[in-house]
Design a protein around this ligand. Structure first.
Ligand SMILES: [Zn+2]
Length: 228
């Protein structure tokens, strides 16, 4: 029997179906329990989302807590973390918490899953200023084709989900021509299955399912070092 290359869901909030490699996102306070009860094959990202930086943060406390959690072998990535111009969280706190997570990602050698809302240039600038070398995966990407090029040029990957189903979204328009070696697919909190997202991506890119599976599996190995 030939084992099929697994489907990879790079960013999700629910649990994986059988045969799917999924990076489930956890907020720090949920991690202990989730890791204790995780199946052998479960994989996670842990981070502080800009929406959930509440009250005046104890930055040092957050850093220590995240440092311990992120070092766990089932935690493959830091995130989702990033910058959000629409969030109510003060900008200076967002920057501080984002920078702290970038340092952690570099120190632990774990890539980041980035949440970015209307802050593209700020995220690019931060990557440059912090001299971040770990790959960053821009999740739920729906910027312009020009922005996509800028992020690829900066060493980032782009992850796509529900926007591929909206015919007039920016993502759906440039996705067919995008370098397939720099993409991932995700369900996030869309309610779609990763199978549906793969099928849509396959149609838009004119690839066979097997080619798409192979490509994303290879991308995963490049970013995470063959842990799929
Ligand atoms: Zn998410």
């Amino acid at each position: 029997m030939i084992l099929k290359t697994p489907l990879i869901d790079i960013h999700a909030h629910g649990d994986a179906e059988p045969g799917v490699v999924r990076i489930k996102n956890l907020f720090p306070e949920k991690v202990g329990e989730a890791l204790d009860h995780a199946r052998e094959s479960a994989l996670f990202s842990v981070g502080i989302h800009p929406w959930y930086i509440k009250e005046t943060p104890d930055f040092k406390g957050l850093e220590n807590c995240l440092n311990d959690l992120a070092a766990h072998s089932k935690v493959l990535a830091i995130g989702e973390a990033g910058l959000d111009k629409v969030a109510k969280t003060p900008w200076s706190w967002q920057e501080k918490v984002f920078n702290m997570q970038i340092s952690l990602s570099e120190k632990l050698g774990k890539p980041m899953i980035i949440h970015c809302v209307k802050a593209w240039q700020e995220v690019l600038k931060t990557r440059k200023n912090q001299k971040a070398a770990q790959p960053w995966i821009m999740h739920g990407f729906n910027g312009s084709a020009e922005l996509a090029d800028q992020f690829l040029g900066a060493g980032c990957y782009l992850s796509f989900g529900e926007f591929l189903f909206r015919e007039n979204s920016k993502a759906a328009r440039f996705f067919p021509a995008l370098n397939k070696e720099r993409i991932f697919l995700e369900t996030d909190d869309s309610g779609l299955s990763i199978q549906q997202v793969y099928e849509q991506a396959m149609r838009l890119k004119g690839l066979s399912m097997e080619e798409l599976r192979e490509t994303l599996n290879q991308n995963f190995k490049t970013v995470f070092g063959g842990k799929a």
